[in-house]
Design a protein around this ligand. Structure first.
Ligand SMILES: Cc1cc2nc3c(=O)[nH]c(=O)nc-3n(C[C@H](O)[C@H](O)[C@H](O)COP(=O)(O)O)c2cc1C
Length: 194
């Protein structure tokens, strides 16, 4: 059993430690209760994310492990996600309000909700909570399970909890956990750099 190496990113330019250190685990401690103070801070960080016109279109469904709501979110996860994400202390569905009640579209709702989720994950990590965002879930199933009005769109599920013991995890999880973290160079993302 090889130990899990450090997963801190090797960056081409210096960044705040938290950006290099945050990563998406699939190995959570299935016995750890949610650290409520750290979790409240993560939600608070999401609250203070910028949004178009300060519309704050992000919403969340918080489902702590052991609740019926948690089971409903877990049931909606696709494929491999379902095998590991249930061990996290909570599953949080980030939901975008894509239109106002009068039907007026909120055109940046998905962008803004992503920003809120990003703030959430960074603050969570700083508070000792591991996270893993997932797009692999049945949106319609979540919307139906929580009776969401069609103007509210589930965007991502975030597993959040305490890092588990990699040594005790299955081979497939340990393999994924120890894969090198990679990114393409910044220059390849720049269409124009005048
Ligand atoms: C919107 C979004 C959807 C994702 N969906 C999944 C998913 O369904 N299953 C999964 O295992 N990881 C998922 N991920 C995690 C990414 O694969 C991961 O962030 C990426 O490989 C980079 O790894 P890192 O977060 O450890 O740096 C998702 C991440 C984001 C931001």
């Amino acid at each position: 059993m090889s130990p899990i190496p450090t997963r801190t990113a090797v960056t081409d330019s210096p960044v705040l430690d938290i950006f290099a250190e945050r990563w998406s685990t699939r190995i959570f401690d299935e016995t750890a209760p949610l650290d409520e103070a750290a979790f409240a801070s993560a939600l608070e960080a999401a609250r203070w994310a910028p949004s178009a016109g300060n519309t704050q279109p992000w919403h969340a469904i918080v489902a702590r492990r052991g609740t019926a709501e948690h089971q409903r979110v877990l049931d909606a996860l696709l494929g491999f996600n379902q095998s590991w994400a249930g061990s996290a202390s909570a599953l949080v569905v980030f939901v975008a309000e894509t239109a106002r009640e009068d039907g007026d579209p909120l055109n940046w709702a998905v962008y803004d909700t992503g920003q809120a989720a990003a703030y959430f994950t960074i603050q969570a990590h700083a508070g000792g909570l591991a996270t893993h965002q997932m797009g692999g879930f049945q949106r319609d199933q979540v919307a139906a399970a929580f009776d969401l009005d069609p103007r509210f769109e589930p965007i991502a599920v975030v597993a959040v909890g305490t890092l588990g013991d990699a040594g005790a995890a299955s081979e497939i999880l340990r393999e994924r956990e120890s894969a090198p973290r990679t990114r393409r160079p910044v220059a390849e993302s720049l269409f124009v750099d005048a």
